[in-house]
Design a protein around this ligand. Structure first.
Ligand SMILES: Cc1cc2nc3c(=O)[nH]c(=O)nc-3n(C[C@H](O)[C@H](O)[C@H](O)COP(=O)(O)OP(=O)(O)OC[C@H]3O[C@@H](n4cnc5c(N)ncnc54)[C@H](O)[C@@H]3O)c2cc1C
Ligand code: FES
Ligand code: FES
Length: 1262
């Protein structure tokens, strides 16, 4: 029987007919080999959690690969290395693992193996520079750390790092003279095909009939493919190259014939005859190497520019798989696809060769290729023409973030000009992202021929034609047509292209800024972390790495889905509604139940008890929320049923086969900005009436601001594993709140709490989504386990997590404010509307009512807070819920006052400051102004703005006063082992990256005066931690600390009499004796409402940004942030919390855009392909964090303050700085900066560019 052979971690394995077409390398590693160190989230190449290193055949070099994209049957002759191989507990840890742990680069740890493997792969091929390292992580997302510590750790391995780490396994690398990269070949001639594999000489077709009856072929020649087609037909096939296309256009089912073409040598390599002929089966990484090599050849130097564009395509790990042919076929099948490969090839006038039958091929222009029916045809190669110096080429890709995002608009321009007179002989103007039908500006091209290119008249003439010629069509979630961004950007790129090519003698110096590609000139980032630590207190107040950091870096830490499969286990998935409002008439699961492997379907009628995943109504939960929709649909994609199957993939797939009919379907209201004007959608929660009103009114300002939701983007989605036990049920749940899960399941199944055991060891990030929303997944999973009496696992896909679950509460305000000429508020009528989703449940507005004041005096403010409802999922906890939005809204009012009065924004803030906080804020501001060099930088920003027309900068502060809200019930249990004096503790707090276990250990070690390695924190369960409130709200660390302190002090009290009878005993001797003397060595502490600690966290942030006026892109040049953390238990962990929180706030305000279809209510941004959290190249270029000096909260919590949330609120500094830059651009268009302009958050590239109000007539050379 034929099998695919490969190695994993130096052991040989093979697969054959036992696997199906869906089995990925990731599945094989995790499920078959139980190598669970490799994680996953998106399953589409967008998060990097699954990255491993693979050498694709014996001749090739090791590369980072997204294991979620690769079919296991594609791995013929691969040599695969996983995180378990490179370092572990037994053989010792790899330097990368150690350095990342030491640099605090792992918080929840879920993303960490992916980062290590990406870096490990990078180091296999070269010793990169710091800049190259920073540029290499478009593949990886980390939601916890804010990236700075990860980059800092990895840069220690750079060739240009001070005292660079040497790794023994990269010292022997042989660098290829041609490509400059690692190569194992002993010699090759200049035009040798670099990528021919050993198996090229093996000619047998490998054929496997897979377990799902699909046929897998591994072929070696093009004729092999045609032979298979001749025999089996071309009705249902796929040529499997990199298999990354499914990361762009998700594939629910593979076709019947899967033909692996990666071994066809005719599709590989390159040669130069007159053209450069590049095999279409080359990966994009191969292509970049080829371009680099050939660019040294006469007439091909333009390839350097194309390579710069290729750097922006996907990311390294995808480029290591993705082929040119695969990309072009996506464009052929989906003309709206914003293919960068199409753009660059069409710009230079490349052609492609396709093979239509054995011995028959034809060459097509790309325009003709788009019209070609490619069924049963193969793209063989791409021909790039030689272009001499008279050809000027420039291409652009405008993205919503710096890396790994598809283009919003991409473009390429080629002008063949008569060198002396700059007269256009011919040209090509190519666009993507505007419309499926429009990719060339033929009319404009024709217009330009014969014209002198770098003349203002030519430019304006061309722009007029182009403006009329461009066709932009609606293609949500792309920026909508009516906002005209894509059209303006298309015109802007045309201009940008021309000024980039314009001789410097012609171009006015002010316009040169338009030629710079903002992200490309980004330097290596840097950071500073300034804090005090007192050695007398150590291990308290010491910046030690997180105690689990090393095992996290080695993939040895266990997350819920790493728990091995249980015998008889089934898998469940939610069926979601496909209308937002309507009545379910009928649910017909029959088609789904016929699918092989589907076991059962459950709906609301199968629930024995209460159909709710929220606990009985209490102060945190005001309403029941349906576990499964029972008739009236409340929002698009509400869960209505559960499919159970023998695998997660089958379950997920079968959910789409359940047929549901609806009546009374209505259009939803999904936008709080609309809902706030509908009295039936809002209720007044509370009012704060002004107690004074000033009369010194020089201006009345009216306004409104809105900011929308934010998806939490925890790298581990919601999931649960339930096991029926002899008592009842045992659940392993990704929850921040075990108590509520127990309550919900008890009510739903009508079984006692004592029969339901909930366990949590750690979470792969949470940020609030796992507080109450985890119960829905847990309840569904428990229902299945209960009904079938079998273990069940339910893992929400990223898409279900985003579609079916609520997010941060959108928020909208209306206000009218009367101010004097200094900006002092004389009166303000201020209304704030919070969007709860379809139901008012978790009352954040109540809980954070006071936050609207921030640090300002509000006695002249009439404030009304309204709870709003929209037809969207019930919104939920999300890092600093309620307070973040309110603080931001108030900061925006301060900004509007300062603009409209033309006053210094800091002075306006001070003029309105609450005297109670004045000293604190003043002290912090003074320090920050000095640390940040504010005065000098203000001058240079002004100078920059006056010198540059197309780039503008902003430098702006935001203020913060933040107070923790709520309390927690926690049980802390401490057990001391008499034989060796070691201690284990359970805390009731859930470790999700915030380092509570490390802090708890430090506190215990400090009080007991013992080494920290004597202490181990154990996972939580409902037996040791009953009745706990959620881990959240920046309270958990302090409350765990109180409990641990209480236990430790109680233990010392019990030991004291024994100690007195001994002569300076060691800890071990003391414990042993205590045990012999019948001292109870198990201690319990209960932390509760009486332990509330009141304090304020103050902070000020100064952000400097630069925007590209022509595109709307931005870079954060520098951030200086002071936060008042009190006396930190662990400064390193607190720095991590602040950096991560701030970057999450920056994402919320810049790139994280949730787009809803206005007609249906469907969330259209529900994948990594279209929801963009910040990545490593989006963080401030220079990021400086300072702790406030000599701050102390209260003694009970050792003077510490919460750090998990406050810095999220300071993310507002970035859009505020962007506004200033935009304002400077508007000034150039004649709009005074005293004219406030509305921008609703997030400040995405399109909104920034449009707000600049650029006039096309201002596009000039001189
Ligand atoms: C995370 C991510 C980010 C991305 N970012 C970008 C981006 O920024 N810009 C961009 O342009 N693209 C981007 N892409 C798309 C990527 O470039 C394509 O997915 C890739 O090039 C497809 O190549 P493949 O080898 O993986 O094709 P496969 O997925 O293996 O195949 C795709 C299609 O091509 C067909 N095919 C394959 N080879 C041939 C051939 N020789 N002849 C005829 N048909 C063939 C197959 O039958 C199939 O229909 C991204 C993809 C991912 C996953
Ligand atoms: S799981 Fe593979 S990239 Fe996200
Ligand atoms: S540590 Fe990176 S996602 Fe949590």
């Amino acid at each position: 029987m034929e099998r695919v052979q490969f190695k994993v971690n130096e052991k040989q394995y093979s697969v054959g007919s036992e696997v199906d077409s869906d089995t990925t390398l990731l599945d094989y590693l995790r499920e078959t080999l139980k190598l669970c160190g490799t994680k996953y989230m998106c399953l589409e190449g967008g998060c990097g959690a699954c990255i491993i290193t693979a050498t694709k055949n014996n001749e090739d070099v090791p590369q980072a690969i997204n294991s979620c994209l690769v079919s296991i049957t594609s791995c013929q002759e691969w040599d695969i290395k996983t995180i378990e191989f490179i370092g572990n507990r037994l053989k010792g840890y790899h330097p990368l693992q150690k350095v990342l742990a030491d640099c605090h680069g792992s918080q929840c740890g879920y993303c960490t193996p992916g980062w290590i493997m990406t870096m490990y792969s990078l180091l296999q091929t070269k010793k990169p520079t710091m800049l190259e390292i920073e540029n290499s992580f478009g593949s990886n997302v980390c939601r916890c750390t804010g990236y700075r510590p990860i980059l800092q750790a990895f840069k220690k391995f750079a060739s240009d790092a001070h005292n660079s780490y040497e790794l023994s396994d990269i010292e022997d690398l042989k660098i290829c003279d041609k490509s400059g990269d690692v190569c194992s070949k002993s010699n090759c001639s200049e035009l040798d095909w670099c990528m021919v594999s050993k198996s090229d000489i093996l000619n047998e077709i490998l054929h496997i009939e897979l377990s799902d009856k699909r046929h897998w072929y591994r072929v070696h020649t093009l004729s092999d493919v045609f032979a298979i087609w001749r025999e089996k037909g071309t009705e249902s096939y796929m040529l499997v190259a990199g298999n990354t296309g499914k990361g762009v256009y998700p594939m629910l089912e593979y076709p019947n014939l899967l033909i692996d073409v990666t071994d066809i040598s005719e599709l590989k390599g390159f040669y130069v005859d007159q053209n450069l002929v590049v095999g279409a089966g080359n990966t994009l990484t191969d292509v970049m190497k080829i371009f680099k090599t050939v660019s040294k050849t006469e007439y091909f130097s333009y390839l350097i520019g194309l390579n710069e564009h290729l750097q922006l395509v996907a990311h390294i790990a995808v480029r290591n798989l993705a082929t040119i042919a695969g990309n072009l076929i996506l464009k052929n099948q989906h003309p709206e696809f914003k293919s960068d490969i199409f753009i660059i090839l069409e710009t230079v006038g490349a052609q492609i060769t396709i093979m239509t039958a054995v011995g028959q091929s034809k060459t097509l222009t790309l325009q003709n290729f788009l019209k070609e029916d490619m069924k049963g045809k193969i793209i063989v190669n791409v021909l790039l023409p030689p272009l001499n110096e008279s050809h000027k080429i420039v291409t652009f890709k405008i993205m919503p973030r710096a890396q790994n995002a598809h283009a919003i608009v991409n473009a390429g321009f080629l002008y063949k000009i008569n060198e002396n007179q700059n007269q256009v002989i011919s040209c090509r103007i190519v666009y993507g992202g505007l419309s499926a039908k429009f990719n060339r500006s033929w009319k404009t091209e024709r217009y330009l021929v014969g014209k002198s290119l770098f003349r203002n008249e030519t430019l304006q003439g061309a722009l007029k034609i182009l403006e009329n010629e461009i066709i932009v069509t609606e293609n949500l979630p792309d920026p909508p047509v009516q906002r005209a961004y894509r059209k303006i950007i298309a015109l802007g790129l045309f201009y940008k292209g021309l000024i980039s090519l314009c001789p410097s003698t012609v171009l006015h110096p002010r316009y040169r800024s338009g030629t710079v590609k903002l992200h490309e000139k980004r330097p290596v980032s840097e950071g500073q972390q300034v804090f005090d630590t007192n050695p007398i207190l150590w291990p308290l107040n010491k910046a030690i790495p997180k105690l689990d950091a090393l095992i996290q870096c080695a993939g040895e830490s266990e997350y819920t889905d790493d728990i091995p499969t249980l015998s008889g286990e089934v898998y469940a998935a939610f069926v979601l509604t496909t209308v937002a409002l309507g009545t379910i008439e009928k649910i017909d699961p029959s088609e789904a139940l016929k699918e092989p492997g589907v076991i059962a379907f459950y709906s609301a009628s199968d629930i024995p008890g209460v159909n709710s995943f929220t606990p009985p109504v209490n102060e945190f939960n005001l309403s029941n929320e349906e576990l499964l929709c029972n008739g009236e649909v409340k929002f698009y994609n509400q869960p209505l049923g559960i499919i159970v199957a023998k695998s997660q993939k089958i379950a997920n797939k079968a959910t789409t086969l359940v047929k549901v009919s609806y009546s009374n379907v209505r259009k939803p209201v999904y936008d709080i900005k609309l809902a706030k004007n509908d009295p039936s959608k809002v209720t007044l929660l509370d009012t704060r009436d002004a107690t004074t009103r000033g009369n010194d009114i020089s201006k009345i300002i009216k306004g409104d601001n809105t900011v929308y939701g934010q998806y939490h983007f925890a790298m581990e989605t919601l999931l649960c594993l339930t096991r029926p036990t002899e008592e009842g049920l045992q659940l392993f749940v990704t929850t921040q709140w075990i108590d509520t899960v127990q309550q919900v399941i008890s009510r739903m199944l009508e079984i006692g709490h004592q029969r339901i055991d909930i366990y949590v060891r750690r979470l792969g990030g949470a940020f609030g989504i796992k507080i109450s929303r985890a119960s829905q997944v847990a309840a569904a999973c428990a229902l299945v386990a209960y009904k079938l009496n079998r273990p069940c696992r339910l893992i929400n896909t990223l898409s279900t997590n985003m579609r079916a679950v609520g997010k941060r509460l959108p928020c909208s305000t209306n206000f009218e404010v009367g101010v004097n000429n200094k900006g002092v508020i004389q009166y303000m009528n201020y209304e704030l509307y919070s969007d709860n989703g379809y139901v008012l449940n978790e009352p954040f507005l109540n809980m954070t009512f006071e936050s609207f004041t921030n640090c300002y005096r509000t006695d002249a403010w009439n404030y009304k807070a309204f709870n709003g409802l929209t037809d969207t999922p019930s919104n939920t906890w999300c890092r600093s819920p309620g307070s973040l939005e309110k603080i931001a809204m108030t900061e925006l009012i301060m900004e509007q006052i300062s603009y409209e009065l033309n006053q210094d924004p800091v002075e306006v803030r001070f003029a309105n400051l609450d005297p109670t906080f004045r000293d604190d804020i003043n002290e912090i501001l003074k320090t920050l102004k000095v640390n940040s060099n504010y005065t000098e930088r203000l001058v240079s920003v002004e100078k920059f703005n006056s010198n540059n027309r197309w780039k503008k900068r902003g430098l702006r502060f935001s203020f913060l006063k933040w107070a923790p809200v709520g309390y927690q019930h926690l049980n802390v249990n401490m057990s001391v082992y008499n034989d060796d004096g070691t201690i284990s503790i359970t805390t009731g707090g859930i470790e999700m990256g915030q380092g509570i276990n490390t802090r708890a250990t430090q506190i215990c070690a400090y009080i007991l005066n013992i080494p920290i390695d004597k202490i181990q924190i154990k996972p939580n369960n409902t037996m040791t931690s009953p009745n706990t409130l959620p881990s959240g709200g920046s309270l958990i660390s302090q409350n765990v600390g109180i409990g641990v302190r209480r236990c430790s002090e109680e233990l010392l009290r019990r030991l004291e009499p024994i100690r007195k009878t001994m002569d300076n005993p060691t800890w071990e001797e003391l414990i042993k004796r205590a045990f012999e003397m019948n001292v109870d060595l198990q201690v319990h502490a209960f932390v509760n409402e009486s332990d509330i600690q009141n304090y304020n966290v103050y902070g000020i942030t100064l952000a400097e940004v630069e925007i590209d006026v022509l595109t709307g892109e931005s870079e954060i040049i520098r951030v200086d942030l002071i936060e008042d953390v009190g006396r930190s238990i662990n400064p390193a962990i607190d720095i991590g919390q602040i950096e991560g929180a701030f970057i999450m706030g920056v994402g919320y305000w810049t790139s994280e855009n949730l787009v809803v279809d206005g007609q249906t209510g469907e969330l259209l941004t529900n994948r990594t392909w279209d929801y963009w959290v910040p990545q490593a190249r989006d963080i401030p270029q220079d990021f400086r964090i300072y702790f406030r000096e000599k701050s102390f909260s209260t003694e009970l919590i050792f003077g510490a303050k919460g750090t998990g949330e406050p810095a999220t609120c300071m993310g507002i500094a970035v859009p505020i700085a962007m506004r200033q830059a935009v304002s400077a651009a508007r000034l150039e268009s004649g709009i005074p900066s005293t004219n406030w302009f509305p921008i609703d958050g997030p400040y995405t590239v399109d909104k920034v560019a449009l707000s600049c109000a650029t006039r096309i007539e201002d596009f000039k050379f001189y």
